[in-house]
Write a protein that binds this ligand. Structure first.
Ligand SMILES: O=c1ccn([C@@H]2O[C@H](COP(=O)(O)OP(=O)(O)O[C@H]3O[C@H](CO)[C@@H](O)[C@H](O)[C@H]3O)[C@@H](O)[C@H]2O)c(=O)[nH]1
Length: 480
């Protein structure tokens, strides 16, 4: 490793939805900003999707990847505890391994960048005289809520979900009580305390990196920087560095042969992120809705869950039960010429990049959202868990690239007639009434501009690079 380059150590928390954006941030730092990068991975070790993502990051191998030894949290947390609690405890327990890995490195890292579940490791950066940043692979509105929750905690009485009025965040769009993130659903649950802690610890960093860009949501960014609003509590720089997404791999398969034969922008891609699951009843309605709409589709099908909305978070992409056996009788035969089903996992970035894809029925995970926007594909927002309800609102009410059902799918089963209508609307509305196709294409260009030389995200990276070079000089001076 060259001593002249800043060396960034990135820490990723378990889950494909976190691992992918951290790996891509690392790749970007290497390819565009002359960093050396080591990525510390805390993997869940049960997810084939995660293993596959790690494997593909080896060619070309741009970053040094260190899989931290797994930690046993069985004695510390109930196996049925919320996913956020489990991740938080894993990230807490992994700290000694991270510390010893960093201390044994020949070339001391200049900066530690943790994803937001790793904020408890920030003091380790101080021990080694490194800079410390928090990376949110999500949007500014979520960042705003996360850092403001410790303040809401002091003034809001009772459960957030029982509030009569939307929750106010200085300078930002208020949040409707039914849209709060999962850790805020129950204020006595451990995941809530972990979330509060993450919010406070983020403010102790040297800066916040967000996987978005200046023009996507400029009002919230302004609020995060303006002293009169959230800038009054966020004293560190906020860098929108995105959209950072995976590159198209150029895969060839029967799926792409089929897509090649479909008309331009005619196919709806249906997928719920790395682990999203539907109830059996909802899965049945989706199947009927697609069939009734007579629109073309590619559907990543997983076996149903008993909850209204759930996720196979630690086992993403894992086989087992045949998911296709849960589809309505005769569905596959009747839709043979209309669509394709893909069990468990699809090469999503390549699919969204295909010219025949014209809409994405998505759970609104931020990775999927960015992949849709950067490929100019409008969405049907179908939020399930985590911060996805906020994302869906952002996409439909503020950014204007999605349509959605009348009632949240996590609250009530969306009926086939409404799905049929949305499927037609997303494909047939070529720059029609709702104008979302035109808007998403505009944003595709604005995203490209942000990342190009001299664009806003490129500039944000340059500022980070500058801070890191200054830190390197300081480290050198103290070592002499
Ligand atoms: O069949 C599939 C399904 C998913 N993916 C990829 O998996 C990633 C999924 O990421 P994302 O859309 O962000 O969803 P989650 O995996 O659900 O991500 C978690 O992490 C995100 C970032 O914090 C949050 O926005 C989400 O709400 C949270 O659930 C994307 O890169 C997809 O391309 C595939 O390649 N094939």
């Amino acid at each position: 490793m060259e001593i002249s380059k800043p060396h960034a150590a990135l820490l990723s928390s378990p889950g494909t939805g976190h691992l992918i954006p951290v790996l891509e941030l690392g790749n970007r730092l290497v390819t565009h900003h002359n960093f050396a990068v080591t990525i510390f991975v805390v993997s869940s070790h049960a997810s084939p999707a995660e293993a596959q993502v790690l494997q593909s990051s080896m060619s070309p191998k741009l970053c040094n990847i260190i899989d931290l030894p797994p930690v046993d949290i069985s004695g510390l947390v109930d196996p049925n505890a919320a996913v956020v609690t489990q991740i938080a405890v894993m990230m807490r327990e992994v700290r000694p391994n991270l510390r010893s890995s960093i201390s044994s490195m020949k070339l001391r890292p200049t900066v530690l960048i943790v994803d937001f579940f790793g904020t408890e490791s920030l003091p380790i950066a101080d021990e080694f005289d490194m800079l410390k940043y928090v990376y949110f692979p999500s949007n500014e509105w979520f960042v705003a809520l996360t850092i403001y929750v410790p303040f809401l905690d002091k003034v809001v009485e009772g459960e957030y979900v029982h509030q009569k009025e939307p929750l106010k965040i200085p300078g930002c769009k208020p949040i409707r009580p039914e849209e709060v993130v999962d850790p805020m659903l129950e204020r006595t649950n451990q995941q809530y305390f972990e979330y509060l802690r993450i919010g406070s610890e983020t403010l102790m960093s040297d800066g916040i990196l967000i996987n978005t860009w200046e023009d996507l949501q400029s009002t919230t960014l302004t609020a995060l920087r303006d002293e009169k609003f959230l800038g009054g509590i966020v004293k560190v720089p906020v860098y929108p560095v995105g959209p950072i997404t995976r590159a198209v791999s150029g895969l060839k398969s029967d799926l792409f042969d089929w897509l090649d034969k479909q008309p331009s922008e005619s196919v709806i891609y249906v997928s719920f992120g790395s682990g999203g699951l539907l109830s059996y009843e909802q899965m049945t309605e989706v199947a009927w809705g697609l069939e009734l709409s007579q629109q073309r589709f590619v559907w990543v099908v997983r076996p149903p869950t008993i909850e209204a909305a759930d996720a196979a978070f630690f086992t993403a992409g894992k086989g087992g039960d045949d998911p296709l056996s849960y589809l309505p009788d005769g569905f596959l035969r009747r839709t043979q010429s209309l669509g394709l089903t893909v069990p468990f996992w699809a090469p999503q970035v390549d699919v969204l990049n295909h010219p025949s894809i014209g809409g994405f029925l998505s759970h609104c995970g931020w990775g999927s959202t960015l992949e849709s926007i950067t490929n100019g594909v409008p969405m049907i927002a179908w939020p399930l868990y985590a911060e996805q309800k906020m994302n869906a609102t952002l996409l439909t009410e503020e950014i204007g690239v999605a349509i959605r059902s009348k009632v949240l799918p996590s609250k009530k089963v969306v009926q086939r007639e409404e799905i049929e209508k949305m499927a037609r609307m997303i494909i047939e509305d070529n720059d029609g009434k709702n104008g979302i196709r035109g808007r998403v294409k505009e944003l595709k260009h604005s995203a490209e501009k942000a990342l190009s030389k001299g664009g806003s995200s490129d500039n944000a990276f340059s500022q980070l690079e500058k801070q890191c070079k200054m830190c390197m000089e300081r480290q050198k001076a103290t070592a002499q």
